[in-house]
Design a protein around this ligand. Structure first.
Ligand SMILES: Nc1ncnc2c1ncn2[C@@H]1O[C@H](COP(=O)(O)OP(=O)(O)O)[C@@H](O)[C@H]1O
Ligand SMILES: [Mg+2]
Length: 366
C-alpha cells in the first residue's frame, strides 16, 4: 500500500503549523521526518494516525481516503518518545492490549492472542521480559515493548515519534540497528520522526527534511548530505560556515579562499554564499592568508579553530588533532581550502533574510 499526502494544511489559531505538505510513502519504506523542534513533525504524525485533523488536504492509503476514517479504523501503530505503557500490566499484557480491545468480530480468540504475543516477544528478542512490569524495565527495554505493542495489531503504517529521544547515546545506537532489523523482517511501512541527523541518516531509506511546516527536501541520505537544496537544509545539516564569494565562470572567488577542490557550478556570475561544514575546511598556514586563527580548542579527537576573515567573516574549521599540522595556533594566518560545500546565489544579505525571522512588530508595520 502506498500512502499519499497532498497539500495537507493545519492551523492552530493564526499559526500555520503545516503549510501544504506533499509526500508519498511507498509500501515497506522506512522514511525519516527530520526537522528542528516545532517544525510540525508530531502534528503530521498525529494527522496520519487520526489523533488530529487537517484544515485542508488529502491523505490516502492504498487509494482509500483515510480522512474519512476514525483513528481506530486506520490500523496504525504508534510509539511515542515517552513510554506510554500501562504501568499496572505485565509486558505480555501490554503487548496484547491492542488485540484485546478490537471489536468482537475482529478480535482473535485468547489462545491466538497468547500465541501472537509469544511470537512477538521472541521476534523482538525480549521473551525474558514477558512477566515484568514496566517499572522493572530500563528505558530501552520499555521502547522495545512499546514497539511490540504497536506491531501486535499488524499495522498498515507504523508511526514512531522520537522513540529513542529520551535514551542515552549507546542505547540509542543499539535500538536503531535493532529497529532497522525489525523493519526489514516485517516490511511494515514506517515513518520515523527525529531531530537527530545521524539517526535519520543511518535508519532511513529516504529522509524528509522539514522546516517551519514545510518540506524542504526529500531524498536518500547521501543525496541530502552531499547536496542540501536550500540554505535552511544546509545549516540544519551542519554547513554552518557561510562565506560571501563571487562566482565567475562557475568558480568561486574570495580573498583567502582556495576553491580549486570544488567542482565548477552551472550558476550565473555574481555574488553568492558558500556554505561549508567545519570538517570540510582545510586551513593552510600562509603568512599572506586572509584568515587569522583567533582560537584553537582540542576536543581530544579534533582540533577546532575559530578564524576571522575579511569583512567580519567568521569561520570555523575542524580537523583531526593527530594530523598535527604545524602553525595552527592563535595569531597565525591561513588560507582556507574547502574540500566540499554548497553554493547558493545571493550575498549574505538576501541569503540571511530567508532564514532570520522578521522582527517587525505590528506597530512598526503601521
Ligand atoms: N494543539 C496545539 N495547539 C496550538 N499549537 C500547537 C498545538 N500542537 C502543536 N502546536 C504548535 O505547532 C508547531 C509544531 O508543533 P509540532 O508538530 O509538535 O512540532 P515538532 O514535532 O516538529 O516539534 C509548534 O509551534 C507548536 O507549538
Ligand atoms: Mg514532536
Amino acid at each position: 500500500m502506498t500512502m499519499t499526502i497532498r497539500n495537507l494544511t493545519r492551523r492552530f489559531g493564526q499559526t500555520e503549523v503545516l503549510r501544504g505538505i506533499d509526500l508519498t510513502v511507498e509500501k515497506g519504506e522506512l522514511v525519516a521526518l527530520l526537522g528542528p523542534s516545532g517544525s510540525g513533525k508530531t502534528t503530521l504524525l498525529r494527522i496520519i494516525s487520526g489523533l488530529d485533523w487537517p484544515d485542508a488536504g488529502q491523505l490516502t492509503v492504498a487509494g482509500g481516503d483515510w480522512l474519512a476514517k476514525k483513528a481506530e479504523e486506520r490500523r496504525t501503530g504508534f510509539v511515542f518518545q515517552h513510554y506510554a505503557l500501562f504501568p499496572h500490566m505485565k509486558v505480555r499484557d501490554n503487548i496484547a492490549f491492542g488485540l484485546t480491545v478490537l471489536p468482537r468480530d475482529r478480535r482473535p480468540p485468547p489462545v491466538q492472542i497468547r500465541a501472537r504475543v509469544a511470537e512477538l516477544l521472541q521476534f523482538l528478542q525480549i521473551p525474558h521480559l514477558a512477566d515484568r512490569y514496566p517499572s522493572e524495565l530500563s528505558g530501552g527495554q520499555r521502547q522495545r515493548v512499546a514497539l511490540g505493542r504497536a506491531l501486535a495489531i499488524d499495522p498498515e503504517v507504523l508511526l514512531l515519534d522520537e522513540p529513542f529521544g529520551a535514551l542515552d547515546a549507546q542505547v540509542r545506537r543499539d535500538l536503531r540497528r535493532w529497529l532497522r532489523e525489525v523493519h526489514d523482517a516485517t516490511g511494515t511501512t514506517t515513518i520515523f520522526v527525529t531531530h537527530d541527523q545521524e539517526e535519520a541518516f543511518e535508519l532511513a531509506d529516504r529522509v524528509v527534511v522539514m522546516g517551519a511546516g514545510q518540506i524542504e527536501q526529500i531524498g536518500r541520505p547521501d543525496e541530502i548530505y552531499d547536496h542540501p537544496a536550500s540554505p535552511f537544509t544546509a545549516r540544519f545539516l551542519g554547513l554552518t560556515v557561510e562565506i560571501p564569494v563571487n562566482l565567475r565562470a562557475g568558480r568561486i572567488e574570495a580573498p583567502g579562499l582556495d576553491g580549486s577542490a570544488l567542482s565548477r557550478r552551472a550558476m550565473a556570475d555574481g555574488p553568492a554564499t558558500l556554505f561549508l561544514r567545519p570538517s570540510d575546511i582545510t586551513p593552510v598556514p600562509d603568512p599572506e592568508g586572509a584568515f587569522r586563527i583567533t582560537e584553537a580548542v582540542s576536543t581530544g579527537a579534533l582540533l577546532r579553530l575559530r578564524l576571522e576573515g575579511p569583512a567580519d567573516c567568521i569561520a570555523e574549521a575542524e580537523l583531526p588533532r593527530r594530523a598535527g599540522v604545524p602553525g595552527l595556533i592563535p595569531g597565525q594566518r591561513v588560507r582556507l581550502r574547502p574540500e566540499a560545500g554548497q553554493i547558493f546565489p545571493g550575498g549574505p544579505g538576501p541569503v540571511q533574510a530567508a532564514a532570520v525571522p522578521s522582527l517587525k512588530t505590528k506597530e512598526s508595520l503601521q
